[in-house]
Design a protein around this ligand. Structure first.
Ligand SMILES: *Cc1c(COP(=O)(O)O)cnc(C)c1O
Length: 377
């Protein structure tokens, strides 16, 4: 009997601490973690600078956005310098950041064109969150059950097919690499086509970089790899290195859309989470990103070398990598990896998803590949 709601199925293990790329159970058994808390613990566990920031931040964890604590301003400045966007609103999670992005897109259009131009096109197989609105933004039918009525105004387009805008379209929202959907990178031509359509029609381009951003794909944001400049970017997961934080970044076009009292959050941008996120953003500098790219390529190539009839495709970008399986279920392979003390994730399309801490070393990648070889034979 558990007093937790039955929304997660957990293995019979209790983890009590972490160090680098490893987490330890209450029996001191080490597990190599290629999930990093679903792309969250980007600097691994027990990172000395994060620990220090947490200690230093303990005396002023929260004060509310009624007062200035400087940490949010410092973080916003860094994020804008790194992405080329203009200003930031801080939230606490990915879904909440996407809610903010949707609000900006709708208000931008309302202010300029009046009522009715409120539709947002998202892609099939996308994932944008678990609130009533972001569930509807998610382009997968299985998420549109039980909780009716959902928020209106979302239409779905198929990746790599022509996009149909209408006089009602105010934004197109995409993940450049679909994460939960199965680690599916979009083609560069398709993404650039979307960017052009947006540009030519005063439609806002929202890129959900909650999973792909903050170094995961080998550049600070994955949009950089696609040579596009979104109007809005959302970040969360890896931004806080384990501390909850989300962010909506706006470009010049919609930087003034939200005005006094248009949006808010009790916890969003609190000094503790911003202090830690500042450390994460500083650590993920150019040389760090070069290493992410190198290790990502190394990992991808090592996976490509595995000779198994169960492997259908290997794909990914940076340290966001998917291994699509056939004739065996991804859950079964994930469970078998866990028996070998390696934690991996699943994703759509019967895919095993790897999101190791960005500090992962080649030896750890080798160990993960070795275990996969054992399990796939
Ligand atoms: C995880 C994720 C979200 C939702 O983030 P939460 O913090 O769980 O609300 C939204 N979009 C993408 C692309 C994600 O990977």
């Amino acid at each position: 009997m558990s007093y937790l709601m039955n929304t997660y199925q957990k293995p019979d293990l209790t983890f009590v601490r972490g160090e680098g790329c490893y987490v330890y159970t209450d029996k001191e058994e080490a597990y190599l973690d290629f999930t990093s808390g679903i792309g969250v613990n980007s600097l691994g566990y027990n990172h000395n600078k994060i620990v220090q920031a947490l200690q230093q931040g303990a005396s002023l964890m929260h004060l509310s956005n009624l007062y200035d604590t400087s940490k949010d301003e410092i973080l916003a400045t860094k994020l804008c310098k790194r992405t080329g966007l203009t200003n930031v609103f801080f939230a606490n999670s990915g879904a909440e950041a996407n809610e903010g992005a949707i609000k900006i897109a709708r208000k931008y259009s309302y202010d300029k064109y009046g009522e009715g131009r409120h539709e947002i096109i998202t892609l099939k197989n996308s994932f944008h969150g678990r609130t009533i609105t972001t569930l509807k933004a998610t382009g997968q039918d299985k998420f549109h059950t039980h909780f009716m009525p959902f928020t209106e105004g979302f239409v779905y387009a198929t990746p790599h097919q022509p996009i149909q805008i209408t006089s009602k379209t105010c934004a197109i929202m995409i993940e450049v690499v679909q994460g939960e959907g199965g680690v599916l990178p979009l083609d560069i031509e398709f993404v650039q086509q979307i960017a052009n359509i947006c540009n030519q029609n005063d439609i806002l381009l929202i890129v959900d970089e909650i999973q792909t951003g903050v170094g995961r794909c080998g550049s600070f944001i994955a949009s950089d790899k696609y040579n596009i400049k979104p109007d809005i970017i959302t970040l969360a997961k890896g931004l806080g290195g384990g501390i909850p934080i989300g962010a909506v970044l706006s470009g010049d076009k919609c930087k003034d859309t939200l005005q006094l009292a248009d949006h808010g959050s009790t916890f969003g941008g609190n000094p503790l989470s911003c202090r830690v996120a500042n450390i994460v953003v500083d650590e993920i500098n150019d040389s760090f990103l070069t290493k992410v790219t190198e290790n990502g390529e190394y990992f991808l190539n090592r996976l490509l070398e595995i000779d198994s009839p169960y492997i259908k495709q290997v794909r990914g970008m940076g340290l966001m990598i998917g291994l699509e399986l056939q004739n065996v279920s991804n859950a079964e392979i994930r469970n078998k990896c866990m028996v070998e003390k390696v934690l991996v994730l699943t994703a759509g399309n019967n895919t095993i998803r790897f999101l190791p801490p960005l500090i992962v070393e080649k030896e750890q990648i080798d160990r993960c590949v070795e275990v996969l070889k054992i399990v796939l034979n």
